[in-house]
Design a protein around this ligand. Structure first.
Ligand code: NIG
Ligand code: FE
Length: 433
């Protein structure tokens, strides 16, 4: 791992030195996603320090070394606190209109998520509210959500479209996603999920809607991306599909993702949430960057996922929220060598959950992840799920200075206690937020 040693000569001027951390949890390693034993290797420096200049980390090491080597404009004493990389939330639907509190009550009374979805509620109910909302209104509510996410440590957040479901409303969502990135301290990564479900205009015609997505929405989404500042700053653009009964079958999902890959996007998939239709195998053949959900995946397809380059993304807040005892078998994936990442899946239906700490807490209890594995899955591996593993996700020289000073001395408290906020201070691109 990269660590500085003391050098002679006058101290170098830097913007910020965070020092005396009880644990500086670097999550440092090679350029690949972590797998197997590396999922538990946090590379912790006791009494650690991080030197930051402009937006980047210039050094990590022992407090006495870095204090001798750097003259910091601002110093933060992290005595009694652990310091970890900022969390990366690689799967969210954070832009939406309205809410679904009423469906929450319906589920408590016994209706299932799929029943509500099949009768025009669920995603379609949020679609109505999202279509009706102005761009400004969507921006205001999404910004408030990002505030909460950032306060709980998410310094980079992926956001999907998928509640517009017509050309103009999907483009409206893309513009809101870009405006969020420009105006919020959080970094945002855009995903086009035009294929979330077929809208009422295409009721019982997922095939016709698939053609609309491929022939009209996707080309305009590509045009939007090319003119956006995401393209300028090297932030990738993903396409995603909900491959499921009442959404898109394997053939439709394949055609949409194939067209997206051809157009230069990267691919993700919502797959095997309720039913295993064969979409996971298809997605692995296509070369998706990540496969998300996986609650209903068969043991053999999980084995294949574990051996592929795709990041496996279980979303345990969904099972928790739907009070479903079927969690993705994250332990089997890990033990088979998968590169695993966790995410909130924040959305108003299946996962009204802002924070990675609760997701980690659930994953440790119901998917038997160790706290070290939960941290790797929420930082460096989650960065790889967004193809940003070279830029964020660990505390190493050259990386963006996104880090969290925790309230406690031991990183394990992130997952061990739950219901509060383990994050004391968020540092984003070198600035205290
Ligand atoms: O990831 N499963 C599909 N999409 C979302 C749910 C969206 C919604 O319910 O609004 C998910 O669970
Ligand atoms: Fe989702």
């Amino acid at each position: 791992m990269s660590e500085t040693t003391s050098t002679q000569g006058p101290p170098e001027a830097i913007d910020l030195l965070i020092h005396s951390a009880s644990q500086l949890v670097t999550c440092a390693g090679d350029e690949n996603p972590r797998r197997g034993a590396a999922m538990r290797q946090l590379n912790i420096i006791d009494n650690g320090a991080v030197a930051v200049h402009r937006e980047r980390i210039v050094a990590v090491g022992h407090t006495y070394d870095l204090r001798a080597r750097y003259e910091a404009h601002k110093a933060i004493d992290a005595t009694g606190r652990a310091v970890v990389p900022g969390f990366v939330d690689s799967h969210t639907h954070a832009v939406y209109g309205g809410d679904r509190a009423q469906e929450f009550e319906m589920r408590i009374r016994g209706a299932t998520y799929v029943e509500i979805m099949a009768t025009g509620g669920g995603i379609l109910s949020t679609m109505q509210h999202t279509r009706q909302a102005s761009e400004e209104a969507l921006l205001v509510t999404a910004r408030q959500r990002l505030d909460q996410m950032l306060a709980q440590g998410s310094t980079t957040v992926e956001i999907k479209t998928g509640y517009g479901l017509d050309v103009q409303s999907e483009l409206k969502m893309l513009r809101v996603i870009e405006a969020l990135d420009r105006t919020h301290a959080c970094d945002v990564v855009p995903t086009f999920l035009g294929a979330h479900t077929a809208p009422p205009e295409y009721k019982d015609d997922a095939e016709g809607y698939t053609r609309l997505v491929i022939e009209e929405m996707l080309p305009q989404a590509v045009e939007w991306y090319q003119a956006s500042h995401f393209a300028d700053t090297g932030v990738p653009f993903f396409a995603d599909v909900f491959c499921e009964e009442h959404a898109f079958d394997v053939s439709q999902s394949r055609r949409i993702l194939h067209a997206a890959l051809d157009a230069g996007l990267r691919a993700k998939i919502h797959v095997d949430q309720f039913n295993s239709l064969g979409g996971l195998e298809m997605a692995l053949d296509l070369g998706v960057t990540s496969a998300d959900h996986l609650e209903a995946s068969t043991p053999s397809s999980l084995q294949r996922l574990a051996q592929s380059d795709a990041i496996a993304v279980p979303l345990p807040a969904v099972s928790f929220n739907l009070a479903d005892d079927k969690y993705a078998d994250a332990r089997a994936l890990l033990d088979a060598g998968a590169a695993l990442a966790l995410a909130t899946d924040l959305n108003p239906g299946s996962a009204p959950c802002y924070g990675m700490p609760l997701v980690m807490a659930i994953a440790c209890r119901y998917q038997r992840l160790l706290p070290a594995e939960a941290l790797i899955t929420s930082t460096i591996n989650a960065a790889h799920a967004l193809s940003l593993g070279m830029r964020i996700g660990s505390l190493e020289p050259g990386k963006q200075a996104d880090l969290l000073i925790l309230r406690d001395h031991d990183y394990r408290h992130c997952a061990y206690f739950f219901g509060g906020n383990p994050v004391h201070t968020v540092i984003k691109r070198g600035q205290v937020v």
